[in-house]
Structures are given as structure tokens and as C-alpha cells.
Design a protein around this ligand. Sequence first.
Ligand code: SF4
Length: 208
Amino acid sequence: MPELPYFFLIMIKLLLRYILDIGLINKIKSYEEIKTKVVNCKLCKLCITRNNAVPGHGNLDAKILFVGEAPGKNEDKMGLPFVGFAGKILEEALEKAGIKRNDVYITNVVKCRPPNNRVPEKDEIDTCLQYLRKEIQIISPNIVCILGATALQSILNLKSLTIYHGKMIVSDKIKYFITYHPAATIYNSDLREIFFNEISCAVNMANK
Ligand code: SF4
């Protein structure tokens, strides 16, 4: 009966495909729930001045999740994260690292734009962090890449980006890689070079 093992092989393949599909369907469902909550959220005062809340966006099966500070003017207008010049720099860094924007998930610590792009306040961060935690739980990436000092302070309660950039820190079983915010590299080509190298490093770690 040479056909029998082949039959079982096909059945195992179909079963695995079914399990993977169910996993992805559950992720999509959980993501849509969190997205709806963010879009309608009025838990902090940033909801008064925003045009659009900006939920995270990207590949729900991403191996790497990027988290910045807050939406800016373009993001607030479009309801999507990292669509301005900083987003272009991040995309360039990803391409240099051999992946595309579609391969990753991108979000922010706070989901609504602070007025005049001021730094988000502690009460706003503390209130909004629940959404980031949920996003990390849903995506379950190999690496969470922290972009900039505000995200570093908000997520890991660490102050010095100068000390921690380029390093990985494990907290609550989640691996965090720390680097600069792409906006900080706009007028600083040396920093841009470091940023590109560190993004490559983070992507390599995520792919291991
Ligand atoms: S910043 Fe976060 S907590 Fe505040 S209103 Fe927006 S989504 Fe809600």
C-alpha cells in the first residue's frame, strides 16, 4: 500500500495549513478589535485635538515590530503611522536591511497626535500603553524595536538613549532592541548611518 503514507502526508499538510489559517484568522480578529477601540478611544485628552487616531499598521505575522513616539501631522491626517519623512527614512533603512515595509508592523506609544508635536505627557502615555501591550501580544514578534528616547522611557523606563542604543534588553520575556527615532537622523548623516546599521542588526536578530 504505497499510497497510504502519501495520503497521511497530505492530511498532515492540510491540518498544518488549517492550524496556520486559524492562527492568522484569530490575529486578524484581535487586531480589528484593538483597531476599532483605538479609532474610537476617548480615554485621554489627546482625543480632543486629534483628527484621526492612528492604530498600528502592517504585517500581523511580522518578526519585528517597530514602536515610535506618537503620530505627527501627516499621520494624524491619514490615520496611518510613519507616513511622513521619518517613515521614508525607516523604509530606506528596512530596504538596506533586505526587507520591505510590508514585512513589518509599525506603531507608536501613543496613538493620537499631541498638539504641535509636543512630547506626550505621562498620563497620556500611561493610558495609551494598554494598546501597545495588546499589539505586541497579538503580533508576537521576535523583536520589538524601540525608536527613540520617549518610547524607551515609556516602555522600559530607561532614560539614556546614548547608553542603550544598539543594545537588546529582555523584559517580561519580550526582546527589545533599542535605536534612534528616524526623525532624529533627518539633519544628522552620522546618526543616519548608525540608525541604518542598527536597523540591519535588529532585522538580523528578528530573522534568527
Ligand atoms: S492617545 Fe491613546 S489613550 Fe489617548 S485618546 Fe488616543 S488612543 Fe486613547
